[in-house]
Design a protein around this ligand. Structure first.
Ligand SMILES: Nc1ncnc2c1ncn2[C@@H]1O[C@H](COP(=O)(O)OP(=O)(O)OP(=O)(O)O)[C@@H](O)[C@H]1O
Length: 273
């Protein structure tokens, strides 16, 4: 995609709509993968994208961070079409945490976190004391401050994931897109990552497989199946026994979580009543 020059004025971040997707479709010549997706996300909403394997969650996120160009439809952030952002301006607005992490060897965990500062710095500028402080603070938030010097590729899957979250924290985005960020993480760090993302108080769009965690953390859930939205709303309207059976092919019972308002799913296994 051709890079556009830096806009002379900042995008309209005063807009109360963080992200608007309208009529988005994408596919290969053999298969329609995303089919007429439309939704609007107000500023600072925490949204979960759920759906079975192959539903199109990662494909949708790839369109949202401009890795994939949709065949039809539009995407805009803060009232401005995604194609009108320069690469650098988009990186100031959007941070992305993916399952695949950078594979260049020689980078330390600290180097990877420092990459989050790049969109805010001029070319060839050196790391300042303040930058260092931000890197250490972010590493502390994800329990990685003692491993800043360690080679990134020698970290465990979960440690790498936490470094990627720290990189997103120093990037100070307005929107955080996360593709299954809790994969590889033990239960303590799954909760911690979602709590950190919530504490950032920005717009978050996260694809997530654990439906109970999704219900606990997300203000809103978008349920995808075969590339289309089949439900969109609060957890108690999306996570119904009917939707779980029809979309995930599981038998489940729903009740209210004992400590909170959100629903709790109990799966029934073969042979259970
Ligand atoms: N570049 C591509 N070329 C061909 N098919 C693709 C491509 N990208 C995705 N697909 C197909 O599109 C469908 C949706 O894939 P996607 O990775 O978006 O699903 P997902 O909901 O993220 O799945 P999972 O939960 O398994 O990660 C799958 O059938 C996948 O094989």
């Amino acid at each position: 995609m051709t890079e556009l020059p830096e806009p002379s004025t900042a995008p309209s971040t005063a807009s109360s709509v963080a992200l608007e997707v309208a009529g988005l479709s994408w596919g290969t010549n053999r298969k329609q993968i995303l089919d007429d997706i439309s939704f609007t996300i107000p500023r600072n909403q925490f949204v979960g994208i759920i759906g079975p394997n192959g539903a199109g969650k990662s494909s949708l996120l790839r369109c949202l961070y401009r890795k994939t160009h949709p065949d039809q439809g539009s995407i805009s952030y803060f009232g401005k079409a995604i194609g009108r952002y320069s690469r650098r301006a988009l990186a100031r607005q959007i941070a992305v945490v993916l399952q695949e992490a950078p594979s260049q060897f020689d980078l330390s965990a600290g180097d990877v976190i420092a990459m989050g500062l790049t969109p805010h710095k001029s070319l060839l500028s050196f790391e300042s004391m303040e930058d260092r402080e931000q890197i250490v603070n972010a590493a502390r938030q994800v329990d990685m401050e003692h491993q800043l010097q360690q080679e990134f590729n020698a970290l465990s899957g979960g440690e790498k994931q936490r470094v990627m979250i720290a990189r997103a924290i120093v990037q100070k985005p307005s929107v955080l897109l996360m593709d299954e960020p809790t994969n590889h993480l033990d239960v303590h760090h799954q909760i911690e990552v979602l709590e950190l993302a919530r504490a950032m108080n920005i717009t978050v769009l996260v694809s997530i497989h654990d439906l109970n965690l999704a219900a606990a953390f997300c203000d809103r859930l978008i349920l995808l199946n075969q590339g289309a939205i089949v439900a969109d709303g609060a957890a108690n309207t999306v996570l119904t026994e009917h939707n779980l059976a029809a979309v995930f092919n599981v038998n489940a019972q729903l009740d209210r979580h004992p400590f909170a308002e959100h629903p709790r799913i109990t799966y029934k296994f073969r042979g259970e009543a």
